[in-house]
Design a protein around this ligand. Structure first.
Ligand SMILES: [Zn+2]
Length: 470
């Protein structure tokens, strides 16, 4: 017996409602409603007595969908409007004695002795009986915007006008009076594919970015409709019905790595809705404002930091920040647990042991990085948000995927000979193992990256810095 299942934890969105439509239509088309039993009065939003009376002996001619609404076209020009809301599901039974389960709020008995039940554990679903003549004047219908999978180029100007508001774009995409049919999942997917941060305000977006959103919303919804329709009979209790869940690139993937850049997906709550995004592909320009300095050991990062301090920058060193983090009890305990010994960051021997252990055991290294990077990132984000003119030395800037925090990233390159010379001056003992240069040059393609070869005098270094800051 087909049960038309929809997602359990999220409101069904356009593709899921389309799937419900495609599934129930062949089961109930051209059948006549002989009897109706309403178990939950608040399901019926139009007048209950009229509903009970008028729906009898109406033939179901067609089932249509607009946005997240279903419409039963009935004989005598009646229309039944249905919204599944959070948990509403139809189930069809050939044997009417099986039609009622504990969550059933309504049963239609049909003329072939079958039954269509509406089951709704949370009882948010709604039905509204109206006529073809009256439907367009209903407030709930007037509030519906254009369907997101049907947007044409000619719709762009009016849509852009409506979306240019001082509200986060994610929120605007969920507003059914502008674009209809996009819910949480497809909003996250659309914004990820469009490389737009969910917090960016509508009035800060360029026309090209809106067009990117319209195109991606269409692609995502159409693909979801196609895949959702293919497996509707396999009711899944813990996810999205259909096969589109395999196509999700971003939604529900918090802490997994972005397939495009390798950064961990972040999750924030926007108006109470969980929102997943990649901070590096979907830049929030309100935090991308500090200067980041990176490069191998002994390349001159601290020299540049000191110079910037003189130029009134608020300067931070990540090594020092991490050192202070390791002093916090819960961090110290967690690190000790991963390392397998009691770690005290102020103990030279401890630090040396930890370094060796991490070098010899990539798994331990990864565990520590996965733990400490998000904490460090939170700290850096806070510093950058709360201050202007911040410069931060971040040895592992690219490895930790902190690019999104910096307006300008200064990468210092240095020759091996000069590096050795610098390290000798600093009394660094273990020179050889310190000499691992950054071999990943993919950052060279970024236009926020400035590479400096620190191969001559200090004056020349400062002059290069000044050029970058200008
Ligand atoms: Zn990414």
């Amino acid at each position: 017996m087909p049960k038309i299942g929809i997602m359990q934890n999220n409101m069904p969105e356009l593709p899921e409602v389309e799937t419900v439509k495609n599934t129930i239509l062949p089961l109930i088309k051209d059948k006549t409603i002989k009897k109706v039993t309403v178990f939950c009065n608040r399901l019926i939003q139009s007048d209950l007595e009229t509903f009970k009376k008028e729906i009898i002996n109406k033939k179901i001619l067609n089932v249509q969908r607009y946005g997240k609404y279903l419409f039963f076209d009935l004989s005598d020009d009646y229309i039944l409007i249905i919204h599944l809301r959070m948990e509403g599901k139809f189930s069809y039974n050939k044997n009417p004695s099986n039609a009622r389960i504990s969550s059933t709020t309504l049963i239609f008995n049909l003329d072939d002795n079958s039954a269509l039940s509406f089951n709704d554990t949370r009882k948010f679903g709604l039905m509204y009986l109206t006529t073809k003549k009256e439907i367009h004047s209903l407030p709930m219908m007037q509030k519906l915007g254009i369907e997101a999978n049907k947007v044409e180029i000619s719709d762009y100007p009016s849509l852009i006008k409506k979306l240019k508001r001082r509200k986060p774009i994610k929120e605007l995409l969920l507003d059914q009076s502008i674009l209809c049919g996009i819910g949480n999942i497809y909003a996250d997917e659309t914004l990820y594919r469009s490389k737009i941060n969910p917090l960016t305000k509508g009035n800060e977006l360029k026309d090209e970015q809106f067009i990117e959103i319209f195109k991606n919303a269409k692609i995502v919804l159409e693909k979801a409709i196609k895949l959702g329709g293919s497996t509707v009979h396999s009711f899944s209790s813990n996810g999205i019905d259909g096969k589109f869940q395999n196509e999700l690139l971003c939604y529900g993937k918090v802490n997994e790595k972005c397939p495009n850049c390798g950064t961990r997906f972040h999750k924030i709550f926007l108006n109470g809705r969980g929102t997943t995004y990649c901070p590096n592909c979907q830049i929030d320009y309100s935090i991308k404002k500090a200067i980041g300095i990176t490069g191998p050991i002994g390349s001159g990062k601290s020299t540049i930091l000191k110079y910037l301090e003189k130029k009134n920058y608020l300067t931070y060193s990540c090594d020092e920040l991490i050192h202070s983090l390791y002093l916090e009890v819960y961090i110290k305990n967690k690190i000790s647990k991963i390392l397998g010994f009691n770690f005290d960051v102020n103990n030279d021997q401890n630090r040396k042991e930890a370094k060796e252990l991490m070098n010899n055991n990539p798994l331990i290294k990864e565990k520590i990085e996965n733990f400490i990077y998000p904490i460090l990132e939170e700290k850096l984000t806070k510093i950058i948000k709360e201050n202007e003119n911040v410069a931060i030395e971040v040895p592992l800037l690219f490895k930790a995927h902190f690019e999104f925090l910096f307006k300008k990233i200064i990468v210092i390159e240095i020759s091996n000979d000069k590096q050795k010379e610098n390290l000798k001056l600093r009394n660094e003992k273990n020179i050889d193992s310190s000499l691992k240069l950054n071999s990943d040059y993919s950052y060279l393609k970024r236009d926020d990256v400035y590479v400096i070869f620190n191969d001559s005098s200090l004056e020349e270094l400062y002059s290069k810095i000044n050029q970058i800051l200008a």
